[in-house]
Design a protein around this ligand. Structure first.
Ligand code: NOJ
Length: 556
């Protein structure tokens, strides 16, 4: 087994440079500011940062409309600042992955400008054109209610161009080998500047639809090409796929041989975890966990609760989604695109510390690598007066000082959450740092614990029967070390019996979260557990509380 798959036990933290920390006082977050906060991130236990797009862009889709793949948005710094920052990350032992948005460009990108201006330009074929408006132009829109069509006429070009997303995001023609060359060049560029890989945007659209890299018989050949290139240039770099697809399709994103993407976000577990929280019933999540097939050795799930987009509940049934909307975001202003909620986690769970801990305990113990959205560690809220997904993209709340310590400027480029229970005066890093019971300190402790549990990141996991639909039990095994976690989705206490296993270590459990070194012994490995409402437990099996005393390494 390959030992140095660093991402198997990583803790990934997603940052939008412009909203994290202003370093030069102009009201916009930047690389200099972010670099100053690396001590904070290292202290929290983060091992890998994922940066949202920071490239030059008209910023009509929060930077997902790129006008130059080789630069830095001048508001955030320049390439020199990026390299300094990338170096600082190394010094802090933090890896860096950056967003790779190659399904489309901005309509301001010089490629598109030349493509529309001149039908004989070599850039014309970089995009997907049609002389007439194709049928079904109103189907397949990603932003219903905001977007009108997936084909828009460009007056200058005298033709229609294809765009899966907004009309200012023309899709690239990935079946054109010249475009694929460009993408490799972009990847190679950022790898040379020190990144450890890419979060790849909109992966399902890279292999389907007009102008995509579909080759007869093997639509995934393009992903394999990307992976080969990546691994040649940098052996331990990774691709993290945004692919919100059904379980029977997701394996293809990893590749049978693990030769496509190393990491794929677990959107299904995410959506069903929320349904389980809403229904106080573990079964929706359990069903997904049971359907997760064995992955190739290099593959890994990425687990998350919230991200920079809406909480997408599009894979639930209509009735399930209705229940989730009613419980988590009943006000129509909280809802978006008929499928999601533009809210952060803490307000969705009513700011209830027990439920927040339950949710994060689950996220950190799902088989895979956890990914946090900035501000989650302090339980930030949303600002609904901002348009669409910007509601969850407000500046980081560092302190109760002016503008939450985010900037010294007169006004930040985007307002903070400054009213109600989640206002920066109430919810901020400085205050929570001093409070041992705060969410921040709880998350820090949980991250430390999670890193000491290679069984979760590396091992095999299985759901164990508990006899109670409200309680989820999972057992994890990795090279002789084993763990058990329990989560009670119900508001009331529960008592369950779990047959943990027949092996000797299953009869002795050590509670990894208790303050007093609680141990449980049960002959035959049949244990009874008393859980309070929304209670959770992490146990190590056997006589040692550290996995590392058990995990055998090659050469031992
Ligand atoms: C997915 C990103 O997460 C989202 O924010 C963006 O709008 C679309 N891709 C288009 O790039």
């Amino acid at each position: 087994m390959i030992e140095d798959l660093w991402y198997k036990n990583a803790v990934i933290y997603c940052v939008d440079v412009e909203t994290f920390q202003d370093g030069n006082g102009d009201g916009v977050g930047d690389f200099r500011g972010l670099a100053r906060r690396l001590d904070y991130l290292a202290g929290l236990g983060v091992t890998c940062l994922w940066l949202l797009p920071f490239y030059p862009s008209p910023n009509r889709d929060n930077g997902y409309d790129i006008a130059d793949f080789y630069g830095v948005d001048p508001r955030l710094g320049d390439l020199g600042d990026f390299v300094e920052f990338s170096h600082q990350c190394k010094l802090h032992g933090i890896r860096l992955i950056v967003d790779l948005v190659i399904n489309h460009t901005s309509d301001r990108h010089p490629w598109f400008q030349q493509a529309r201006a001149d039908a004989s330009s070599r850039f014309r074929d970089y995009y997907v054109w049609s002389a007439k408006k194709p049928r079904g132009a109103h189907k397949g829109m990603v932003f219903p209610g905001v977007q009108q069509s997936v084909w828009t006429r460009d007056r200058k070009a005298g033709a229609y161009y294809f765009h899966r997303f907004h009309e200012f995001q023309p899709d690239l023609n990935l079946s054109n080998p010249a475009v694929r060359d460009e993408i490799r060049k972009v990847m190679g560029f950022w790898l040379e500047l020190g990144v450890s890989g890419f979060r790849v945007d909109a992966v399902p659209f890279l292999i389907s639809g007009p102008g995509k890299a579909v080759r007869k018989g093997d639509p995934f050949a393009f992903l394999r090409e990307m992976r080969q290139f990546l691994s040649w240039r940098c052996g331990d770099a990774v691709l993290l796929a945004e692919a919100n697809v059904p379980m029977d399709e997701v394996l293809e994103y990893f590749g049978d041989e693990g030769d496509h993407m190393q990491l794929v976000f677990n959107f299904l577990a995410n959506q069903h975890l929320f349904l389980s929280l809403v229904d106080e019933d573990a079964r929706p999540l359990t069903r997904v966990l049971r359907s997760m097939t064995k992955l190739p050795p290099t593959a890994q799930w990425a687990s998350f609760l919230r991200n920079h987009d809406e909480l997408d509940l599009g894979r639930l049934t209509q009735a399930e989604r209705k229940r989730a909307f009613a419980a988590l975001g009943p006000d129509p202003r909280m809802q978006l695109y008929d499928r999601g909620l533009r809210r952060r986690l803490a307000p969705m769970l009513g700011g209830d510390a027990r439920r927040l801990q339950l949710a994060y305990s689950l996220m950190f113990s799902l088989p895979g690598t956890p990914v946090l959205w900035y501000g989650e560690e302090i339980g930030m809220g949303e600002r609904l007066s901002l348009r669409d997904r910007h509601a969850v993209r407000t500046p980081m709340q560092w302190s109760s000082e002016a503008h939450g310590g985010f900037t010294h400027a007169q006004a930040p480029f985007r307002p903070l959450v400054d009213r109600g229970a989640f206002a920066f005066e109430r919810v901020n890093v400085a205050a929570q740092r001093r409070d041992p019971e705060s969410l921040l300190n709880w998350i820090e402790r949980t991250i430390r614990l999670r890193k000491e549990c290679p069984e979760v990141g590396w091992g095999s996991a299985r759901v164990m029967p508990t006899g109670d639909p409200a309680v989820l039990a999972m057992r994890y095994d990795f090279r002789g070390a084993a763990m058990l976690t329990l989560h009670n989705f119900a508001r009331g206490p529960r008592s369950v019996r779990v047959a943990v296993g027949h092996d000797a270590k299953s009869s002795r459990l050590i509670d990894l979260l208790s303050h007093d070194d609680t141990r449980k012994t049960a002959r035959g490995g049949h244990h009874r557990f008393e859980l309070e409402g929304y209670g959770y437990r992490w146990f190590r099996l056997g006589a040692h509380d550290s996995a590392h005393q058990r995990v055998e390494r090659p050469g031992d």
